[in-house]
Design a protein. Structure first.
Length: 293
């Protein structure tokens, strides 16, 4: 995933972690997140995805190795953790594990208030985060009256209000209906366009293929990373990570086997993209037939 000589925003170097009285969940792991890249983190249950995310965000401290922020090792005192957590924010899978204030606005303001910011700066950040997640109208709504999708958005808004360089999301689309998933992905695209780098843990290889730039696959042998279309076309890696071949990769292979997709053409990654490709091919064939008349 190297994309230049600059230091990654955040990196794990030789990191190992084990829970009390247990074996290593992660051992000697290297992982980095570079500015502007959308990263999908994939692996079977128990592979260490949540542990990796908590190491990235400072919720856990590595047994060996180190976490680096823009090339500098993280220290686990108040100053060091504040530096890490203003760079990286984690949103957990279940929003009810993250929401605790009486109203949406109060919940989103919690992080900025803990940074000791002025009231005016806190208000500005809350307003910005609510707008970014399209929940401004819910500012005064009690959190216990929110729908599941609204609670997801509120939890993400609380992280966005910290203005992190890196937003780490644990299964953010889990439990959402198709429309809710599409709205959330549109929101994430807007955040990325505004300069936030996003790391998403997911089991959904089709979602990873259509959304991410890079894929990081946790296997029993370690972490394997690379451009998403390349990594998710490797059946050996997918098998070791407990994943199946994405729909878009299977379609790409089928089309190219039958000479229906030029090598230079972008492969369709969604059913809609396949239908557009088919419509374009049909239009081209029709134009050719008319020209030959």
């Amino acid at each position: 995933m190297n994309s230049g000589k600059s230091e990654p925003l955040v990196a794990l170097r030789g990191v190992s972690y084990a829970y009390e009285d247990g074996p290593d969940v992660l051992g000697g792991l290297d992982f980095e997140v570079r500015d502007g890249r959308a990263v999908a983190l994939l692996g079977r249950n128990g592979s260490g995805k949540t542990t990796l995310m908590r190491l990235l965000s400072g919720g856990l401290r590595p047994r060996t190795g180190e976490v680096r922020v823009q090339g500098r090792p993280v220290t686990y005192d108040r100053k060091g953790l504040t530096r890490l957590r203003t760079t990286v924010q984690l949103v957990v899978q279940d929003p009810d594990d993250q929401l605790f204030a009486a109203s949406v606005e109060q919940d989103v303001s919690f992080g900025p208030l803990n940074l000791g910011l002025s009231d005016a700066e806190v208000r500005a950040r809350v307003t910005e985060a609510l707008a970014a997640l399209d929940i401004t109208a819910l500012a005064d709504r009690p959190t216990h009256l929110l729908s599941y999708g609204q609670r997801k958005r509120t939890a993400i808004a609380g992280a966005v209000a910290m203005r992190p360089r890196v937003l780490v999301l644990d299964e953010p689309t889990a439990g959402l209906d198709p429309d809710g998933q599409e709205r959330l992905l549109a929101t994430l695209r807007s955040l990325q366009e505004a300069g936030t780098t996003v790391v998403m843990a997911t089991h959904d290889v089709d979602l990873a293929l259509r959304w991410a730039d890079d894929a990081a696959l946790l296997t029993p042998e370690g972490l394997r990373t690379g451009p998403v279309a390349t990594a998710l076309a490797r059946r050996d890696l997918l098998a070791r990570a407990g994943l199946h071949l994405p729909w878009g990769i299977a379609v790409q292979e089928l089309l190219r086997t039958h000479d229906l997709l030029p090598e230079a053409a972008d492969a369709p990654r969604t059913p809609d993209a396949l239908m557009r490709l088919a419509a374009g091919a049909a239009a081209g064939a029709g134009a050719g037939e008319r020209a030959g008349e």
